[in-house]
Design a protein around this ligand. Structure first.
Ligand code: PGA
Length: 250
């Protein structure tokens, strides 16, 4: 059995003080609850507050993006993997659909970020997923295969040890529409198949594939009970301590 991973993606929400308040309320709610791995991905500016508040717990912290240049340099506004590690991050989200949609992220830049972050020793949560038009046109599987193949390109199975993939159908993000467990399970097996092509069978069997897109307290159990679903990437419902705690306790 692969251990499940429940990750919060706070997107552009919360000041450092609000992040601390969240943690104060959240920690008692999940006390003693260590069945799954829990990762919180706040905005860069809140990373220190969350890490500080999470000290002594097994909550891990991740960033929401990372630059592909591993050495320091003149890249205004960017943050490299060593900086994230130095701040205490263990994970980073790469290729989120909002980055693809609003900030020019491409399959190629996803690949560059993934490779450099893995090489530095970060766990990478690489996001893939089809938009509504692609689903309606019946090309979801092709889109997922292409996104995965390009994200994984040139990365060895050894380097990819800390890779996690998140299947996030774009039509389900922030819309209240959730993929049915069957839709998610089918997409996950396509992703696992592509991972097998790139990294081999043994790697693919171990790979964690998360589902993201309107995961809420009332649907978390149905989704997380699917053996093909190894966890969740939670946006909106991770912003409130009680709803995220309920999801963690699915
Ligand atoms: P949502 O976002 O849970 O608000 O749909 C998920 C995500 O974008 O990672």
């Amino acid at each position: 059995m692969r251990k499940k991973l429940i990750a919060a993606n706070w997107k552009m929400y919360k000041t450092p003080a609000e992040a601390r308040e969240f943690m104060q309320a959240f920690l008692p709610l999940i006390d003693g609850h260590d069945r799954d791995e829990i990762v919180i991905c706040p905005p860069y500016i809140d990373i220190a507050s969350v890490i500080d508040s999470a000290r002594g717990t097994n909550i891990k912290v991740g960033a929401q993006n990372v630059f592909w240049e591993k050495d320091s340099g003149a890249f205004t506004g960017e943050v490299n993997p060593s900086m994230l590690l130095g701040a205490g991050c263990e994970y980073v989200i790469v290729g989120h659909s909002e980055r693809r949609q609003y900030f020019g992220e491409t399959d190629d830049t996803v690949n560059r970020r993934t490779e450099v972050a893995l090489e530095a020793g970060l766990g990478v949560i690489a996001c893939v997923g089809e938009v509504l038009e692609e689903r309606e046109a019946g090309i979801t599987e092709d889109v997922l295969r292409r996104q995965c193949a390009r994200a994984f390109r040139g990365i060895s199975a050894r380097k990819a040890a800390k890779l996690v993939v998140a299947y996030e159908p774009v039509w389900a993000i922030g819309t209240g529409k959730t993929a049915t467990p069957e839709i998610a399970a089918n997409a996950h097996s396509v992703i696992r198949g592509e991972a097998e092509k790139s990294f081999g069978r043994e790697f693919a069997q171990q790979l964690k594939i998360l589902y993201g897109g309107s995961v809420k307290p009332d649907n978390a159990n149905a989704l997380m009970s699917q053996p093909e679903i190894d966890g969740a990437l939670v946006g909106g419902a991770s912003l409130k301590p009680d709803s995220f705690a309920q999801i963690v306790k699915w």
